[in-house]
Design a protein around this ligand. Structure first.
Ligand code: AMP
Ligand code: TRP
Length: 330
């Protein structure tokens, strides 16, 4: 069975874009692949965090993973800091990364270009830590959003570099972008991605949003004057985005099917159907989320996941340290 690994950095609440673009695919992948899904809490603190908020977000993220259907019997779900080898191999990878490479990483470059002040050293070197996260487990595939592809490419370069220098240490992983590539757009501005950094809070539906609030966000979504439910992301981005949400939440129903159902009907009726589908999904997720919180399933899942992850990670770290000559031969 091929192996897959992905990490998520919950610096905010998970939203519908995360569910449609990433989480629901992880749930599908867990049967097809040996799956490692971890919560990147070391990466979270590369930017300042409120301690209480961070801790709540980490808990909610695991709870939502489980609520959405990731199953500890089929996937290894763990917290990055429960596997110390991440930080340790992260340091080793950092020593094998050139500053020129880190300088080219667009995430850091963009923040510098925007004149952001007091950026941390951790933010600068985080691609090296991300490489360690991946290479510890020899995954075949790393499903990520488009913005993370550059980091997986750096990971490949570092793996090849170290394999050449020390002998075969790491499998060279492939990024997997297409299958998780859906871009759900903001409901209030369909030219922008639905994102947790939405200032108005009207364009982003959080998985734990109150249902009334979520319905209102859908009903007031920005559309157009064509009065035609038609899939055309270029000219009708708002309507096309709502169609994509409806399709994703109803087993990838074909767009033609949706167009037919709403031919000659008003946007109000169409939006009500989208809102019904969104609320039904949120209700289902939220009910399971409550059960998960009450059942102690989080601790159980994380300790099982960490036990398995530590087995792989410790063995890999020992192999790397020995190949580099960091150990005293006794
Ligand atoms: P982020 O919230 O940016 O850390 O992303 C976590 C995962 O969700 C990544 O795999 C992203 O590609 C995915 N994701 C985030 N926002 C969206 C969106 N608006 N539409 C689809 N996928 C998304
Ligand atoms: N950097 C990723 C993000 O910002 C999260 C992440 C950390 C990750 N380590 C990873 C993703 C390893 C895939 C593999 O979303």
């Amino acid at each position: 069975m091929k192996r897959m690994l992905s990490g998520i950095k919950p610096t905010g609440q998970l939203h519908l874009g995360n569910y449609i673009g990433a989480l629901r695919h992880f749930v599908e992948y867990q049967d097809e692949y040996e799956m490692f899904a971890f919560i990147a809490n070391l990466h979270c603190i590369t930017v300042p965090q409120d301690p209480k908020e961070l801790s709540d977000n980490l808990r909610d993220c695991v709870a939502l993973y489980l609520a959405c259907g990731l199953d500890p019997d089929r996937a290894n779900i763990f917290l990055q800091t429960d596997v110390r080898a991440h930080a340790q191999l992260g340091y080793i990878m950092c020593c094998h990364t050139y500053m020129g490479e880190l300088n080219r990483m667009t995430q850091f470059k963009d923040k510098m270009a925007h004149g952001e002040k007091n950026l941390s050293g951790g933010l600068y070197t985080y691609p090296s830590l991300m490489a360690a996260d991946i290479l510890l487990y020899d995954p075949d595939y790393v499903p990520v959003g488009e913005d993370q592809k550059q980091h997986v490419e750096l990971t490949r370069d570092l793996a090849i570099r170290m394999n050449n220098r020390y002998g075969e240490l790491f499998k060279v992983p492939e990024p997997l972008v297409a299958k998780v590539g859906a871009r759900i757009m903001s409901l209030s501005d369909p030219s922008k991605k639905m994102s947790k950094s939405d200032e108005t809070n009207k364009g982003c539906i959080y998985l734990l949003d109150d249902l009334k609030k979520a319905r209102k966000k859908v009903m007031s979504a920005v559309t157009d004057n064509y009065a035609n439910v038609h899939f055309d992301p270029e000219n009708q981005p708002g309507i096309s985005n709502l169609m994509q949400i409806l399709s994703s939440l109803s087993e990838d129903r074909p767009m033609g099917d949706i167009e037919q159902e709403f031919a000659g009907k008003g946007y109000g009726e169409f939006k009500r159907s989208v809102a019904d589908a969104v609320c039904a999904k949120l209700e289902e997720i939220q009910a399971k989320y409550k059960q998960v919180l009450e059942s102690g399933a989080i601790n159980d899942a994380l300790s099982r996941g960490a036990a398995k992850a530590n087995e792989y990670a410790d063995a890999k770290l020992a192999k790397v340290q020995s190949a580099i000559g960091m150990e005293i031969i006794r």
